[in-house]
Design a protein around this ligand. Structure first.
Ligand SMILES: Cc1cc2nc3c(=O)[nH]c(=O)nc-3n(C[C@H](O)[C@H](O)[C@H](O)COP(=O)(O)OP(=O)(O)OC[C@H]3O[C@@H](n4cnc5c(N)ncnc54)[C@H](O)[C@@H]3O)c2cc1C
Length: 269
């Protein structure tokens, strides 16, 4: 039991967020991940509220040589944000504040937010971030892995729009990083995943965005793949940076072609 370990009582007394143990109500819910295969039975789930909570957990984990995982949106399919028997620092409950500096066109995004939180904050200003293609992924894993979204054709990957971050390293030290400060850490977090520290805040460049966009979902059977490739090549030559195309290849076996509801759903037989 982690509760029997040295310093657990100290951790409990100073922790400002919520500590969830296997015997607590809400424990099973705290283990939920986008992929059920990524769920593991943590010994302790720490919903951190302030940066000091993260530093306290890191001290406890170091002292007792425990396994540690960090969770934002929980969309890792490998289980990287889960721990079997160890400690999970979960940022998704309290580190989800987004503030918009309209003049500087920068959004300061909590390390536990989802892209929905970002969209809801930037949209009223007529601004948008590159973001991901769905609203329920976490900003944490997506940004640290590079990140592509519908605006990537025009503005690059999400990390191309990252202008700064606050990172707590494993020794419990806080670092601000950007092109001006701690440049090596700033380089590492832009694509290096969650290996270099716990990011409590990301600062992202945001861009003017009209409120209406056109989106179409087109489905083609496998035998159309050559024709489709030619059409895509022609489209690429004519398209502007404001347009984006995602191609998904799915093996549907001999089953029927799926029609996804949406503004336009077309199946060419
Ligand atoms: C349905 C779905 C749609 C997707 N769509 C896109 C897409 O459009 N574009 C795209 O680029 N990717 C997409 N992905 C991939 C997605 O970006 C990755 O799975 C990403 O890791 C998810 O981030 P998360 O915060 O939700 O996951 P989590 O499981 O919470 O975290 C993933 C990893 O990041 C680490 N991490 C998370 N937050 C922090 C933090 N604040 N500080 C330090 N480490 C942290 C975790 O420890 C873990 O190692 C999609 C995935 C799914 C399942």
């Amino acid at each position: 039991m982690l509760t029997d370990l040295p310093d657990f009582a100290l951790l409990q007394s100073e922790f400002q967020g919520d500590l969830v143990l296997p015997s607590d109500e809400g424990y099973e819910k705290s283990l939920k991940r986008w992929a059920s295969t990524a769920q593991k039975k943590a010994g302790l789930v720490a919903f951190v509220k302030v940066e000091e909570d993260i530093i306290a957990i890191l001290r406890f984990v170091r002292k007792n040589s425990l396994d540690l995982a960090v969770k934002c949106g929980g969309h890792s399919v490998s289980g990287a944000s889960s721990s079997e028997g160890g400690v999970v620092i979960d940022l998704s409950r309290y580190f989800k504040t987004v503030t918009v500096d309209e003049k500087a066109r920068v959004a300061h995004v909590g390390g536990g937010a989802t892209w929905r939180d970002v969209d809801l904050a930037t949209f009223p200003h007529g601004l948008a971030s590159v973001a991901g293609t769905v609203s329920h992924t976490g900003v944490g894993g997506l940004i640290l892995g590079g990140g592509y979204g519908y605006l990537a054709g025009e503005h690059g990957l999400v990390i191309d729009n990252l202008v700064g971050a606050r990172v707590i390293s494993a020794d419990g030290e806080m670092h601000n990083c950007s092109e001006e400060e701690n440049q090596d850490l700033f380089w590492a977090i832009r694509g290096g995943g969650g290996n270099f520290g716990i990011v409590t805040s990301f600062s992202l460049t945001i861009h003017p965005q009209i409120p209406q966009v056109f989106i179409a979902d087109l489905h083609f059977p496998g035998e159309k793949v050559e024709e489709f490739s030619v059409a895509v090549k022609q489209w690429l030559e004519l398209s502007t940076k404001k347009e984006m195309l995602f191609v998904f290849l799915e093996d549907r076996g001999t089953g029927p072609v799926r029609h996804v509801p949406g503004p336009l759903s077309l199946s060419i037989e």
